[in-house]
Ligand binder design. Structure first.
Ligand code: 5GP
Ligand code: ZN
Length: 114
């Protein structure tokens, strides 16, 4: 997917610093952070939204979530609490059409989310 920005970041083409990496995924800081720790956990494989996941992706998604928990621990936000978010489609605020898991930590979060 030549034009996809997260495909390009995952491939190392845009110079974005890849801070964590796992089996089939990479993690980097969000350009416009909404919390002191705001990472994006992104599959190397192009998947537009959560709606396009299939059973083949089950292990990948599990590893992304477990990877996010490890990043939260390494950032020192795991004990106080953090939030993991997949926005799916425009109504939920998705703006990049390549699946990504937001890890937000380092401040309190309200519920319900906006
Ligand atoms: P969404 O709104 O799709 O759930 O989240 C997309 C996120 O990607 C946003 O939080 C936005 O700040 C971030 N983002 C968009 N383009 C780039 C980029 O080129 N580099 C990085 N590091 N983050 C980006
Ligand atoms: Zn992509």
């Amino acid at each position: 997917m030549g034009g996809c920005i997260f495909c390009r970041i995952a491939a190392g083409e845009l110079g974005t610093e890849i801070l964590h990496r796992g089996e089939g995924w990479v993690a980097f800081r969000d350009l416009n952070p909404q919390a002191p720790s705001h990472f994006l956990i992104v599959p190397e494989k192009h998947i537009p939204t959560i709606n396009e996941l299939t059973a083949i992706d089950d292990q990948l998604v599990g590893e992304m979530i477990r990877g996010a928990a490890e990043i939260a621990a390494s950032e020192g936000v795991a004990a106080d609490g953090y939030r993991l978010v997949f926005n799916c489609n425009a109504g939920a605020g998705q703006s990049v059409w390549h699946v990504h898991l937001h890890l937000l930590g380092g401040r309190p979060f309200g519920w319900p989310p906006g």
